[in-house]
Design a protein around this ligand. Sequence first.
Ligand code: ADP
Ligand code: MG
Length: 294
Amino acid sequence: MALPGFETTVEKTPEKPVGPTGRQKHEFPDPRPIKRHGPARIISLCNQKGGVGKTTTTINLGAALASYGRRVLAIDFDPQGALSAGLGVPTHDVTTIYDLLLNGKVDPKEAIQQTSVEGLDVIPANIDLSAAEVHLVNEVAREQILARVLRKVSADYDVILIDCQPSLGILTVNALTASHGVLIPLECEFFALRGVALLIETIDKVRDRLNPAIELDGILATMYDSRTLHSREVLERVVDAFGDRVLETVVGRTVKFPDASVAGVPITEFAPEHAAAKAYLSVARELIQRGAVA
Ligand SMILES: Nc1ncnc2c1ncn2[C@@H]1O[C@H](COP(=O)(O)OP(=O)(O)O)[C@@H](O)[C@H]1O
Ligand SMILES: [Mg+2]
């Protein structure tokens, strides 16, 4: 018991809530509107593992950035065409990214399609793109072909997002060669870290030989389930391995994503109040704050 006059007031430090990455949680501010558009910063969404959220992130990050007034062009760079389908645009009897890679005379603007989201355009792909690897092998400067295509449209956009296929082949090397930055979506699953070392090695090789300016913009944890110890442990290991390169925003696991893809619209349109829509808005704000996007 304290003597009269000697009561100690225990300074209670305000609780600082910690986010899932172990860092102090905070809201990223709404970005300032931009008045002059372009030239675009080009970002590849890359991970040679399939089903980790590359396409979902391209769609929803693209829509989120567009909602903040950024002009966004999404490139479907996977012959599966999931990005095109998820944005509800046709992929047949239209000019696709394959046509642009193969024929330098085709104007890339011919391939651009608008989506239901204002400010978000897309260049589609279809299964034809799977033949590109074979065709490009004999091209001069075959790693730089996509870069040449994107140079022609860069002035009209603030950001170009390239949805890569799950491989580290010549298409992905083209994407990395064309890019200023790479964002790696990583599923919060046990084997997630396998392969990331190889991916980073590939990025380093591209930096050495083809594109000295390329940066790792971040690693985005997806399909995170805070209720499972497993998800929390995987995220902890990812943060141990990559530190601040892991974005503070993580995307939770929810069936809303498959539902939105079937509907052919981003989750920010399909269920704007859902936590998953808010997560991608936060990813957009975080990337803007980090300077990865204007
Ligand atoms: N956060 C998430 N929660 C639940 N399902 C997700 C989430 N993100 C993506 N998905 C689903 O997982 C599957 C694979 O995602 P996708 O973005 O196509 O991966 P990738 O492009 O890397 O192959 C899709 O069916 C998608 O709807
Ligand atoms: Mg995909």
